[in-house]
Design a protein around this ligand. Structure first.
Ligand SMILES: Cc1ncc(COP(=O)(O)O)c(C=O)c1O
Length: 487
């Protein structure tokens, strides 16, 4: 009788039988590669049956289980009910599609089980390599620092904290914001992501200290209105300290005039942070990069490799022009983290000096593999292709009598709706029907008080036929629902 490879013989959790553990590992790898290879044949998403959900309300497992049996549970009850963002029909929110080298790298990283909080080991050099590459892409100086974080929500929080330190000095870390006796205010556009307001909240400055500037007809920040707001706030005794520009807004993909924002920030002596969650990596696409002009002047850039970079989740990043300020915002010496001149504890600066996390995974490896295997030319071409698909969708909408476009298409995001009575209810229903059909998964947003079907073409697997399938299904569900919503 075959032994269960992970039966505990001694104290260790290592397999008792490495040969069968290896065979099971290969089966797991094959299964997930099969899944990705045949992803198109699956529904994008499917509702979770109550019976499957109920399996995840089990009591804590006190006894052991066979690895093959647990993997079988994964295959039957987890894998079929995933988000679906590996599927070419996934167009909701802003989700990357992942990639095979990145996935394999994640497995290698888990095998190494490296902790990138600090110490002297090669995984940290890999993370530094990504910082060097980003410095090059964004023309940042050699003194710029960088750090992997979970995502841009976290990177934006770090950006706000760094700008806060720049304005108030490092004493704010000890004494708090109130001690400064100043009311700091920041600016961003009405199209900015909600995590910027949350970052103001979490940093102790308060979300009401984020002054939201209206957008123009292209959904970009109105730079004249920004100048007026800064002057008005100074007159009122407030202390403007930060402008946050957006490179690819969440609703419409609009790119702020970053050069104008950089100039205002410089004149007004404000920090300039760019939320590049969606769009910053378009710096790799020669046809889009010129529209990011000004990003090179930012004090900090937040971006997500897990979106357009297609690196498996999660892989957010912050690049900071002034590495010293970055370190001064977070470094907290502790005896148990003492730096030495030799041995494993060598190195003056460790990643934990640049952010709040001490234990940190090896996000850099899957990013390094992705960038090395594909190169920025291919990744840039893939980014351009998703924008072309968005334009293809835009043209199809423009030529349809049933559909209307609700916002200009700036990058890879298309907001539209099906015409009909009670259009908000109708379009929300169409989107839910699309999800449940498994054909396509756009999301919704509200543009000018009108509910929009929002298709963000992020996935590198998406092709024109997926756009066609979306449109055919919207027509079908729209026609079917128009009657019920009108009733
Ligand atoms: C413009 C923008 N900023 C920030 C975020 C938050 O990024 P994350 O989900 O990686 O935290 C998003 C997410 O979609 C976004 O679109």
């Amino acid at each position: 009788m075959a032994t269960e490879p992970f039966s505990i013989s001694g104290g260790s959790l290592d397999p008792a039988d490495w040969r069968s553990a290896r065979a099971q590992g290969h089966r797991m790898l094959d299964d997930i590669l099969d899944y990705i290879e045949s992803i198109r044949e699956r529904p994008v998403w499917q509702p979770i049956p109550d019976s499957a959900r109920a399996r995840f309300r089990d009591a804590v497992p006190t006894g052991s289980s066979d690895l093959a049996a647990v993997h079988d549970e994964f295959m039957r009850h987890i894998l079929p009910y995933a988000t679906g963002n590996t599927h070419p029909g996934f167009m909701g929110w802003v989700h990357g599609g992942g990639n095979v080298p990145g996935m394999l790298a994640e497995m290698l990283a888990a095998g190494l089980n490296a902790n990138l909080g600090g110490r002297d080991h090669m995984p940290i050099e890999v993370e530094r390599q990504i910082t060097y590459w980003l410095r090059q892409l964004f023309e940042f100086p050699d003194t710029a620092s960088g750090l992997f974080v979970s995502g841009t929500s976290m990177a934006n929080l770090l950006g706000v904290l760094i700008a806060r330190t720049r304005e108030l000095g490092t004493g704010v870390r000890r004494d708090g914001v109130a001690a400064a006796g100043k009311r700091l205010v920041a600016y961003t556009s009405a199209g900015a992501h909600g995590c910027i307001s949350q970052a103001m909240d979490l940093s102790g400055l308060g979300s009401s200290a984020l002054h939201v500037i209206p957008t123009n007809e292209n959904h970009q920040i109105d730079v004249d209105a920004l100048k007026v707001a800064i002057a008005r706030d100074r007159n009122a005794g407030l202390t403007p300290f930060l402008v946050v520009g957006t490179a690819g807004s969440v609703d419409t993909g609009a790119i702020d005039d970053l050069a104008a924002l950089a100039a205002i920030a410089s004149q007004e002596r404000l920090s300039f942070h760019v939320d590049g969650a969606i769009g910053a990596l378009a710096i790799m696409a020669p046809d889009i990069a010129p529209r990011l002009a000004g990003i090179q002047q930012a004090d900090s850039i937040a971006l997500d490799f897990h979106k357009w970079g297609q690196v498996p989740y999660d892989a957010g990043f912050i690049l900071v022009r002034d590495g010293t300020l970055h370190r001064d915002t977070f470094a907290s010496p502790a005896a148990y983290l003492r730096r030495e001149t030799r041995g494993l504890a060598a190195g003056k600066l460790w990643p934990c000096d640049f952010g709040p996390d001490l234990s940190r995974g090896f996000r850099a490896l899957k990013t390094w593999f992705t960038l090395k295997v594909y190169g920025t030319d291919a990744l840039g071409a893939m980014i351009s292709r998703t924008c072309q698909l968005a334009r293809y969708l835009e043209i199809k909408i423009a030529s349809s009598r049933e559909l209307e476009l609700l916002a200009p298409v700036s990058l890879n995001i298309v907001c539209f709706r099906y015409r009909g009575n009670d259009p908000d209810r109708l379009n929300a229903k169409i989107v839910a029907d699309l999800h449940e059909s498994g054909i396509a998964a756009p999301s919704t947003t509200v543009i000018g008080n009108r509910l929009a079907i929002r298709a963000a073409i992020v996935n590198h697997r998406t092709e024109p036929r997926d756009i066609d399938a979306l449109l055919t299904a919207v027509s079908k569900f729209g026609a079917a629902s128009a009657t019920s919503c009108a009733a």
